[in-house]
Design a protein around this ligand. Structure first.
Ligand SMILES: Cc1cc2nc3c(=O)[nH]c(=O)nc-3n(C[C@H](O)[C@H](O)[C@H](O)COP(=O)(O)OP(=O)(O)OC[C@H]3O[C@@H](n4cnc5c(N)ncnc54)[C@H](O)[C@@H]3O)c2cc1C
Length: 447
């Protein structure tokens, strides 16, 4: 795409925004404080789903708690994501069993289901108004080979893990998704959608009502271990805390170098369209499921909760870029999948940084006495929430805090220091493979 097109008015709404669609209509949250307390039981760094769910546990367990956030609370991924909720465990049971044994492998996989079930219960019991719905996912195959692969996987996970999943052939596909480019897919009927901004806002309300101090614009600059706890240096002064929780995920920095060497920050990019004709939305998303595909560099998309827009996300650039550049690229890819949308404009284009890990798993535990949970590999709505909650229970010292992730090695690589120099090459390679597979598959169909 020519550079001029980035600024082509034909593809942008006149009031376009480079901020998350999910922040639209959310009033400013007032219960944020400017100065941290000088002493607390628990200090939590980061105000996303991980940090807030940990805080809800510690405050309700009787520990005074502060959440320290470098910017506006929720400014990380937790108000910027696609709002698609899956079971969030990437490695297969086979892989995990080969590595950790069958029992542990199954227990880790089960945590994905636990997280999904738990977030639904949390939203219901706390009465958080955030459009949570078990709409199910349509996972679409970009080639016939991938269709066969995911169909086999669906059978396997049904048999070995009891996970509900069923196939949809290419002939039946239009009943699920108004696109011809895919070769069928698999439905995961228990996957869910949520309004991630409202979910985050609900959590903020709950933690502040429970008595947590949430401090905005208060970056943590240093954490020093002492005999009786920690001294935390923030841009607003020092805080003494008995326990510290790191909940910084894709924004993990050299504040915690050991963690920084173990997570790979990756930008994820997403757009929201202008309001669409309801007949068109019905044609493209007849069952209202969330959707993703089998590309190595995955696309994920859905309707907005009011079914007026489409939110379309993916990784469209080998190097990190900005929403003015990623927006048109995403739009072009969306038109390839849904040619019916040609001429549609972008109303919002934004980005956030997720954290991948070298073994594609989330990690939680304690290092040098500091608690942490991170590395959700782009699927953290339920897992960050769930592991944040378990981390809070760990801080309380109660047995419920245990998870199947406990005690797993958190791998890094020699010479890796938190700056993923290898990413552009990897993303380019994957995108090229996806493109070639797409082209070959569509040539076969035409032939
Ligand atoms: C575009 C996009 C789409 C996504 N789509 C999905 C999806 O559909 N489904 C899904 O499950 N997941 C999705 N994700 C991932 C998901 O949003 C994250 O995994 C999840 O929000 C992580 O929550 P968290 O609380 O761990 O981290 P975050 O919400 O990122 O919060 C970390 C916070 O730590 C703060 N921080 C960092 N350093 C400091 C410091 N020194 N001092 C104070 N504060 C600090 C940051 O400012 C930030 O607010 C998506 C992410 C993006 C960006």
């Amino acid at each position: 795409m020519h550079k001029k097109e980035y600024f082509n008015d034909a593809i942008w709404c006149h009031n376009r925004k480079e901020t998350s669609y999910w922040l639209e209509g959310l009033p400013e949250f007032k219960d944020i404080i400017n100065q941290p307390p000088r002493q607390v039981d628990v200090a939590i760094v980061g105000s996303g789903y991980t940090g807030l769910n940990a805080a809800l546990q510690t405050i309700r367990g009787g520990r005074s708690t502060v959440v320290l956030e470098s910017g506006v609370p929720g400014q990380g991924c937790s108000t910027k994501n696609g709002g698609q909720i899956s079971t969030s465990i990437k490695p297969s049971l086979e892989k995990l069993s080969a590595k950790f044994g069958a029992q542990k492998g199954l227990a880790i996989r089960q945590e994905g289901e636990n997280a999904l079930k738990w977030i639904e219960d949390l939203i219901k019991s706390e009465k958080i108004d955030c459009s949570f719905s078990r709409v199910g996912r349509y996972h679409a195959a970009h080639t016939q080979k991938h269709y066969e692969l995911i169909a086999r996987n669906a059978e396997e996970i049904k048999r070995s893990e009891g996970i509900e999943a069923y196939t949809v052939s290419k002939n039946e596909q239009l009943k699920e998704l108004g696109s011809d480019v895919y070769h069928g897919g698999v439905i995961f009927p228990r996957h869910a959608s949520v309004d991630p901004g409202k979910y985050h806002r609900g959590l903020l309300q709950k933690v502040t009502e429970a008595g947590v101090d949430v401090v905005g614009h208060c970056a943590v600059l240093d954490i020093e271990k002492k005999s009786d706890g920690f001294v935390i240096t923030t841009q607003e002064g020092e805080v003494k805390a008995r326990d510290v929780v790191i909940a910084t995920n894709g924004y993990t920095s050299n504040l915690t170098p050991w963690l920084q060497k173990r997570v790979i920050p990756i930008g994820s990019y997403i757009i929201a369209t202008e309001e669409l004709d309801p007949v068109m939305v019905q044609e493209l998303f007849p069952t209202n499921r969330i959707a993703s595909d089998t590309c190595k560099v995955v696309y994920y998309y859905r309707t907005s909760p009011d079914r007026k827009r489409i939110l379309f996300g993916g990784r469209v650039s080998a190097t990190e870029t900005n929403p003015m550049v990623s927006g048109p690229k995403l739009l072009k890819d969306m038109f390839r999948i849904f040619p019916q949308l040609k001429g549609t404009k972008i109303s919002h284009s934004w980005t956030g940084t997720v954290a991948y890990t070298f073994d594609e798993m989330a990690h939680t535990g304690q290092h040098n006495g500091i608690y942490y949970s991170m590395g959700y590999c782009g699927s953290g709505v339920s897992m960050a929430s769930y592991l944040g909650m378990r981390l809070g229970q760990k801080v309380l010292g109660i047995p419920e805090g245990k998870t199947a992730f406990d005690g797993l090695p958190f791998p890094t690589r020699p010479l890796y220091n938190g700056r993923p120099w290898f990413l552009p090459a990897v993303v380019s390679w994957y995108r090229m493979q996806d493109r070639i597979q797409y082209q070959q598959a569509s040539r076969r169909v035409v032939a």
